[in-house]
Design a protein around this ligand. Structure first.
Ligand code: CDP
Ligand code: CDP
Length: 217
């Protein structure tokens, strides 16, 4: 039997990966994996269990037992809706801390591969193409300048009625970029077999069209 096709979209924070990946999945009628949500859920579940974010075996045990249900926009952790709670700046930073621990990544690997079901999967994160789905048919490294990414995140927060200023967002993005690309396991970087998609001057529709064209070729 032929393997279920995967489109892997990796890149730094606020580059538009999640938005583009979800639109591509909707256009094709494929499943969608927001892998970052699993690291965010792990950070939140560890906090709630009183496990410190640098306790590698403790956090890995939390990751292995995550009781999570993805249902459209909704994400439930142990039955409770946490779609908002995992998107705070604190959980963004916690996610990137627990994501640097090899045992945590190992604990989440199998769970991510379960999302690969017919007719296909679009996954977004940092290591979709390099580690989780190395045989993905289409690999994209989606990026944008850090200034543009900070502006996008800023507008996203303002749009949700959350007060924000550009400077701390820029600083958080730089710190997270640094931590995500310098770690020893599954660092964020463009692999040789990934197409580079710089969306600094692209609309979401243009970026989606580009990915769909690569996937069709
Ligand atoms: O998943 P990731 O953190 O990479 O980014 P996102 O949350 O999908 O996108 C960040 C924000 O940038 C969203 O509000 C998008 O609507 C916006 N945006 C985009 O994704 N792509 C563009 N070409 C322009 C804006
Ligand atoms: O939307 P944004 O890009 O800001 O974050 P995310 O994709 O939800 O990921 C949150 C954090 O989880 C990232 O800063 C990474 O440290 C980590 N992550 C990872 O290590 N590997 C993935 N495949 C996805 C996320």
């Amino acid at each position: 039997t032929e393997a279920v096709p995967v489109i892997a979209i990796d890149g730094p924070s606020a580059s538009g990966k999640g938005t583009v990946a979800a639109c591509v999945a909707a256009a094709l009628g494929w499943h969608y994996l927001d892998s970052g949500a699993l690291y965010r859920l792990t950070a939140l579940a560890a906090r709630r269990a009183g496990v410190a974010w640098d306790d590698e075996s403790g956090v890995a045990a939390v990751a292995a037992r995550l009781d999570v249900v993805f249902d459209g926009e909704s994400i439930r952790l142990a039955g409770e809706e946490v779609g908002e709670a995992i998107r705070t700046e604190e959980m963004s930073s916690g996610a990137s801390k627990v994501a640097a621990l090899p045992a945590v990544r190992a604990a989440l690997l199998f769970r991510q591969r379960l999302f690969r079901r017919a007719p296909g999967l679009v996954g977004d994160g940092r290591d979709m193409g390099s580690v989780v789905f190395p045989d993905a048919k289409t690999k994209v490294f989606l990026t944008a300048s850090v200034e543009i990414r900070a502006e996008r995140r800023y507008k996203q927060l303002i749009g949700k009625g959350i007060e924000a200023t550009i400077q701390p967002i820029l600083q958080d993005l730089r710190e997270r970029d640094e931590r995500d690309s310098q770690r020893s396991v599954a660092p964020l970087r463009q692999s040789d077999d990934a197409e580079l998609l710089d969306t600094s001057a692209l609309t979401i529709d243009e970026a989606v069209a580009k990915v769909l064209a690569w996937a069709a070729s």
